[in-house]
Design a protein around this ligand. Sequence first.
Ligand SMILES: NC(=O)c1ccc[n+]([C@@H]2O[C@H](COP(=O)([O-])OP(=O)(O)OC[C@H]3O[C@@H](n4cnc5c(N)ncnc54)[C@H](OP(=O)(O)O)[C@@H]3O)[C@@H](O)[C@H]2O)c1
Length: 324
Amino acid sequence: MVKWGILGPGNIAKKFASDLRLVPNAVLSAVASRNLDKAEKFADEFKAERALGSYQELFEDKEVQVIYIATPHNNHAELSIKAMNHGKHVLCEKPIGVNAKEVTAMVAASKKNGVFLMEGLWSRFNPAIKKVKQLIEEGEIGKLSYLYADFAFYGIGRDKDSRLLNPYLAGGSLLDIGIYPVFLAYLFLGKPQSILAASNFYETGVEVQTSMIFKYPDAQAMLYSGLTSNSQSIAEFSGSKGSIVIPTRWHEAQSYILKKEEDSDTVSLPTKGIGFTHEIEEVQQCILENKIESTLWTHKNSIELVELLDSIRKQVGIVFPFEE
Ligand SMILES: NC(=O)c1ccc[n+]([C@@H]2O[C@H](COP(=O)([O-])OP(=O)(O)OC[C@H]3O[C@@H](n4cnc5c(N)ncnc54)[C@H](OP(=O)(O)O)[C@@H]3O)[C@@H](O)[C@H]2O)c1
């Protein structure tokens, strides 16, 4: 059995907790909120064994082995490091930290304490995305030279204090959803030779549209994230012998379409539950094997991904008030 604790029972924690119930050997041991009533309601809904009224109680809990950190981005690093310093394994929501300095400190805490740490980049464990990666590595569409991925939804109607629009909570589109297209280009093509990026900003100061071109010696990736409107939210991979499209919303893919000359073949590869099950299974397996990182999404991968986000931010001028 792997005993889980959930820290920050908000929107995503609910989805995670409902998937946790589908994973064999996973137990929701405790849930911690800054508000005990809220923790109790969540515990009741998702059958957690204990509800705790502070994060500190979760760090000090005797039963919990691994903590899922599901708070806004700005405090991922601080809370993950506290958890690891209390000997807990950590699965931290994306982005694992807001900049490379934070992520490097988190990796150091994992090594120092000998505990597992992984970024909750659930798309890395999505069955359809894994299959597309395998097909492209096997040369199914020839040499990959073009990748397109976007992710946008209308978010600027929300409360200005909300996580998406509040610069103090590291709001904006890039770290919240732009991380997915950047991750996809990194996963399939690696680190680019150079990046061209442009952003638009909202009245609260957060960035709400970012277009990116990643240039590789023999390939280009066109990436977009935004909060000003919906977008298709599809991914396309194109090579010398064909192409693959992951239909909307690609980051939580349930299928892919392989296109070669006149043929088009849709392959269904649904997730188990919403799709968090796959990353949860990976975390549990790694913990059972006493690993401090996953081989599918390593510490180095998290550092390199945030370095790409940092370089985009530097180019377009995204700075959070707590970094100044
Ligand atoms: N993997 C995915 O598909 C996915 C999807 C959405 C979001 N996420 C990630 O998950 C994280 C949380 O997103 P969310 O949409 O679930 O956020 P949310 O509902 O706005 O907040 C989550 C919880 O964080 C806690 N919290 C701690 N400090 C806070 C602060 N200063 N302000 C507000 N809340 C605070 C609150 O819990 P208590 O007050 O109860 O302690 C809150 O319920 C983000 O980093 C996001 O990138 C991932």
